[in-house]
Design a protein around this ligand. Structure first.
Ligand code: ADP
Length: 403
């Protein structure tokens, strides 16, 4: 029961400092009857050792405090972290010795102190302990809040530094290209007018500006998500049609890294989704299969389960360890070092939010060095057969082998 020494794991354990063990154990037994754990300590020095560990407050008998150790206790209380204001319940006697006369005043200078003059009713002690525990609980909540804010600030700083780097890369490339073209033009170099050269330049400008636009879009989406302003506008869509359109826009990028894409797209999978946002999710999965797929073949499938349209994007690239698989769907979380492959760690977080706004699910199945399959499930809802006529030709370019 209360007199058994509990561990200090419980952040609501009351520390009792009573020089005569008997008093302490009596108080602990009383608290145990109200399901309050207590730890009986013999001295102020012992208390000071325990004050930094989780606890719900302190009951201290006046006779445990001497002129010397009251200084130690004051210092200990004064050095608490900003969130902490340990509740002290001081048990005093009406006939105080000279030495202890000023103790309550001394300690109250730096402490959160309640004074109970003996004899007091047990119910009074119990009430004081409950008030102390409640106050301490609030303090621990403040501590958690502060920790959370600290982490959020740290993440914001990291994000700003990565985001600036990410934005700078395409800007630098664009700048270099324009400088080079300007120099060649000023030298009268006619090669700048060669159609292949112009094509290459335009292609590169397009890629860099797309990259910039994607980064800015991700940042805007994060801010919209924070302000609960990201909305979806559902319309009747055919999933394979959307996938085919996105595959088309990515054909060149897959080709550029030598990545062959195969697909099996059931043309009859329809639902009411936000076309633009679903395109965004698919584009993110394709971008990742290019970034992390190690140039290996990528497989895209659209199929149907009783209640869901299912999209699977499978690569045979780096893979993701089991420990990281849940984390990567959180904001700013990445499973690779920023020195290896650049990224903001936002794409999957935004994708998850978008899919969940559609009442769907996104998950990953992956093994390190073997590859990953990202699966998106979107509710099918009401089905209108007329919608299932795809508007685009599902035959894909040479790099996209369709079965
Ligand atoms: P980013 O790619 O900008 O880092 P994402 O949110 O899209 O952001 O992805 C989060 C992390 O998940 C990536 O940093 C990477 O570690 C991991 N990841 C995503 N897709 C894949 C994939 N296909 N293969 C291996 N790892 C992946």
């Amino acid at each position: 029961m209360g007199s058994a020494v509990p561990s200090l794991e419980n952040s609501e354990t009351i520390l009792i400092v009573a020089p005569t063990g008997q008093d302490g154990h009596l108080a602990a037994t009383l608290l145990a009857k109200s399901n309050i754990e207590a730890l009986v300590l013999r001295s102020v020095a012992e208390l000071c050792d325990h004050l930094d560990k989780p606890h719900g407050g302190v009951i201290i008998a006046e006779e445990a405090i001497t002129r010397e150790n009251s200084e130690l206790l004051k210092q200990k209380i004064a050095s608490q972290e900003a969130w902490s204001d340990v509740p002290l319940i001081l048990l005093t006697s009406p006939r105080r010795s000279n030495e202890s006369e000023n103790i309550p005043q001394q300690l109250s200078v730096s402490g959160n102190i309640s004074i109970l003059e003996r004899p007091f009713r047990l119910v009074t002690l119990l009430r004081a302990v409950k008030v102390a525990i409640r106050a301490r609980r609030r303090q621990y909540q403040v501590r958690e809040l502060l920790k959370h804010q600290e982490r959020a600030l740290q993440q914001r700083d990291e994000f700003l530094s990565i985001a600036s780097h990410e934005l700078k890369t395409p800007i630098t490339t664009l700048k270099l290209q324009s400088q080079l073209t300007k120099t060649l033009l000023s030298k009268g170099d006619k090669s700048v007018y060669q159609p292949e050269r112009i094509d290459k330049l335009i292609g590169s400008i397009e890629r860099q500006t797309e990259r910039l636009a994607r980064l800015v879009d991700d940042m805007l989406d994060i801010s919209r998500l924070d302000n609960k302003k990201l909305r979806i506008t559902p319309e009747d869509c055919n999933l394979s049609e959307i996938v085919t359109q996105v595959l088309d826009t990515f054909a060149q990028q897959f080709q550029a890294v030598g990545c062959v894409v195969s697909s099996r797209l059931d043309p009859q999978i329809c639902g009411s989704w936000d076309r633009y946002r679903i395109e965004q999710v698919i584009a993110n999965l394709f971008t990742n299969s290019i970034k992390y797929g190690a140039r290996n073949p990528v497989r895209v499938e659209v199929s149907r389960e009783p209640l869901f349209a299912v999209l699977k994007v499978t690569d045979k690239g780096l893979g993701i360890s089991k420990e990281d698989q849940e984390r990567i769907f959180h904001r700013f979380e990445r499973a690779v070092s920023k020195d290896n492959i650049s990224g903001l760690g936002l794409g999957l977080f935004i994708a998850k939010e978008i899919i969940e706004m559609h009442k769907g699910f996104i998950s990953v199945d992956s093994e390190i060095d073997k590859g990953s399959t990202f699966t998106v499930r979107l509710p099918i809802g009401v089905r209108d057969e007329r919608l299932c006529e795809p508007n685009v030709n599902l035959d894909l370019s040479t790099h996209i082998a369709q079965e």
